[in-house]
Design a protein around this ligand. Structure first.
Ligand code: GLA
Length: 728
């Protein structure tokens, strides 16, 4: 037997080390005294194949390439300057430790420089129940003084050349998570973020590699990688003259050289790796399962259906208005009301975005009975209450800034560089006093008002002037890293004391959709753009790496406040219902008919909520393929229930839309079909009929291109939500 495969304990044998999940294997050569090599990553190998893996030929590349001794030409994961100025590394294996770690097996390969007392542990945490391997490194040294880390990636993966396609996400504010698919060509592809705080507006820290050519949703071998980090990142894919694409992922080292003290350990963020032979959707399902089970806060709890006040009233918060909104969401069956920006500020009022961040006292001119009054009203209406804060920020117009001008991030000696509203500044979270202050904002609110059920935690500015009054002059380059360590520290304290609180990560919309923050946050705001049509594209991209339960998806106003597009309520509902459903609208401006549809949709969403929020995602037709329609579905693990979504994305007379084949069903089961949110005068021909999973997956159902509604209600939008239930 290949002892490396599963045995726990310390390894000394020259046999390969096998890191396994239920359906995947990652194989290492960890021969003592030699460089650590990666031999294989893919479908789980049998013992028979493992025994002859070496003979098959393969990667045998350094598993964690380092700079300077045998390797100067290619890209590397780790580069340091030793205390004596030497820039080279030469690491050899000193041992392998394998132990159980909760629901996973942790394999640690210890490396040491052949000359210097510099140590690197390369760690692999392989889950027993899901196909995810988390990898990271821990770096420390015993040199006299400070070793400077110039490059410190979390992990490296060699990917065999062939017809490999990369899928990644790019975008901008209000257009987040756009899918880009491209074949990998010679040269280097760099995907990076340097905002300092918000790291998912533009590029994302997650990618997928389709190994068999053009990406397919439900077929083909796919490697997925997600860097679990909230700050600046850099992903590199170098296609050099060798047979491999070289993939590196880690903290962006630019302007972040880290001075590692003797005895201190630098732990790189987790890089989560997956492999699936069920296409992009298969890799997504692996990320979603792992996320819900091990990484997302409250990944096993159903989310509340909410109304957020932002697009309804913006900064015009006042008690009666809040009461009316609470009453309205309650009457539609919602469960939570969230009061957004504009509720705070004493000396400086928060009437627009230029003042009062940092002064987290209620503005009694707007809310004479304070938060207590609002909580009382929420209780009266039978809904929970949530509140918006932006705790990492201040404004030049604030009492906080008057008191603590040295708490902000800004290059010492320079005029403060301001952001939103022309006055915003970010607090220096590397400073423990600032950490206490930020923790105190949540702690004070929750101590005084323990009934607050939800916090929308916003962050609306990046780092625009590099500098910290707290850091020593030698350590200014620690700013970005220390910020996120401080942020995480605060999050940990909040979670230790308030484990049940629901917290949303918002950062100018979708700036904090990353697996670095989600261990502390229940969800993220996908985008400030609530336009349902554009949301299909953004939510599609987001779903590559993040489960529906974490994707806040709201029914917006008409016309939409970002695109000014008119979209009927039915379509807005049908899109919002594919994520964590909420509303971002002024209910008092809605017609009775619109309210009635929302009430019905909320009731139906409650029925399908477990399927959407805990089910397996199968993406069927991509909006990016421009076929005129986009479609996806969620299926329960038991394959007894499913929800199918179909949204028309273009309208032309006599167009031809594809008939969408379903996926993920049990071929042998018969599923009864029921349309949700129906607006048509007559039911669809298949309403109430039962079809086998085999039929639905081979043929799908013919969905009419328009709605059967009265003439004056006709419009260019069409969408369907079908609920499928297996018959006993
Ligand atoms: C950011 C958020 C919005 C809203 C505003 C409030 O832009 O993304 O959802 O909360 O701040 O100022």
């Amino acid at each position: 037997m290949l002892a490396g495969a599963l045995a726990f304990g310390l390894h000394v044998s020259a046999e390969p080390v096998v890191v396994s999940t239920p359906r995947t294997s990652l194989v290492l050569d960890a021969t003592e005294g030699q460089e650590l090599k990666q031999l294989y990553f893919g479908d789980r190998l049998s013992d028979a194949d493992l025994a002859v893996l070496g003979a098959a030929g393969g990667a045998a590349r350094a598993a964690y390439p380092v700079y300077g001794s045998h390797f100067c030409q290619g890209e590397t994961a780790l580069a340091v300057a030793h205390t004596d100025g030497n820039l080279s590394l030469d690491l050899a294996v000193t041992g392998v430790d394998v132990k159980a770690d909760g629901d996973a097996t942790l394999t640690t390969v210890s490396l040491k420089d052949k000359v210097y007392p510099l140590y690197v542990d390369v760690c692999y945490k392989a889950y027993n129940g899901v196909d995810i391997i988390e990898t990271w490194t821990e770096i420390n040294h015993d040199e006299r003084g400070t070793v400077t880390l110039n490059q410190f990636a979390s992990g490296y993966l060699p990917i065999r050349r062939g017809t490999v396609w990369l899928s990644s996400l790019y975008g901008a504010w209000a257009n987040e998570a756009q899918v880009l698919q491209e074949p990998l060509e010679p040269g280097m592809k760099v995907i990076k973020n340097k905002d300092g705080l918000r790291n998912s507006h533009t590029a994302h820290a997650e990618v997928m590699f389709s190994l068999d050519g053009r990406p397919q949703e439900n077929a083909g071998a796919v490697i997925g990688a997600a860097l679990c980090y909230s700050g600046n990142f850099k992903l590199r894919i170098d296609t050099d003259e060798s047979d491999y694409h070289h993939f590196f992922a880690g903290i962006n080292e630019e302007n972040s050289a880290y001075r590692l003290r003797r005895g201190e350990t630098f732990r790189t963020p987790v890089l989560a790796l997956t492999y699936s032979n069920e296409g992009l959707s298969g890799a997504s399902r692996n990320f979603h399962k792992w996320g819900r089970k091990y990484r997302l806060m409250h990944g096993d709890r159903e989310r509340m259906i909410l109304l957020n006040s932002w697009e309804g009233v913006y900064f015009n918060i006042e008690q009666e208005g809040m009461d009316q909104m609470m009453q309205d969401i309650a009457s539609m069956g919602g469960e939570l009301f969230v009061m957004d920006d504009g509720w705070f500020g004493a000396k400086y009022q928060r009437n627009t975005d230029n003042a009062a961040l940092g002064d987290w006292t209620v503005d009694t001119r707007k809310l004479p009975e304070g938060i207590g009054g609002l909580l009382r009203d929420a209780k009266k209406h039978g809904v929970k209450f949530g509140i918006w804060i932006e705790p990492e920020a201040t404004n030049t117009l604030s009492e906080l800034y008057e008191k603590h001008p040295d708490w902000i991030i800004n290059a010492p000696g320079r005029e403060p560089v301001t952001g939103r509203g022309g006055t915003q500044l970010m607090l220096d979270l590397g400073n423990p006093e600032v950490q206490d202050f930020v923790f105190g904002i949540v702690d004070d609110l929750m101590t005084e008002y323990p009934d607050i059920a939800y916090i929308k935690w916003d962050a609306n500015m990046g780092i625009q002037s590099h500098g910290s009054a707290y850091l020593t002059k030698d350590n200014q380059s620690h700013l970005y890293i220390d910020y996120h360590r401080g942020f995480e520290q605060v999050c940990r304290r909040i979670r230790a004391k308030y484990p049940d609180l629901v917290i949303q990560a918002c950062a100018s919309g979708g700036g904090r959709a990353n697996w670095g923050v989600l261990p502390y946050f229940d969800e993220f705001w996908v985008s400030d753009n609530t336009d349902a049509l554009q949301r299909i594209y953004m939510q599609w991209g987001t779903s590559y790496f993040f489960p529906a339960i974490a994707m806040a998806s709201h029914i917006g106003s008409n016309p939409n406040h970002q695109t000014f597009r008119d979209i009927p309520i039915k379509y807005r509902i049908d899109v919002a219902m594919s994520g964590r459903l909420g509303m971002e609208i002024q209910p008092k401006n809605m017609t009775d008919e619109e309210k009635a549809l929302c009430r019905k949709a909320i009731a139906e969403y409650k029925q399908i909520r477990p399927v959407v929020q805990f089910g397996d995602l199968y993406r069927l037709v991509s909006p990016y393929d421009k076929l005129g329609v986009a479609s996806l579905m969620y299926v329960t693990e038991a394959k007894d229930r499913a929800v199918f979504y179909w949204w028309k994305t273009e309208t032309f007379v006599n167009q031809h839309l594809p008939r969408v084949k379903m996926a993920g069903l049990d071929p042998a089961k018969r599923y009864r079909v029921r349309e949700l949110n129906r607006i048509d005068n007559k039911p669809l021909p298949f309403e109430g009929q039962a079809f086998t999973g085999a039929f639905l997956m081979a043929n799908g159902l013919e969905i009419p291109y328009t709605h059967d509604v009265d003439y004056h209600k006709l419009n260019s939008y069409a969408s369907r939500v079908l609920c499928l239930e297996a018959m006993e």
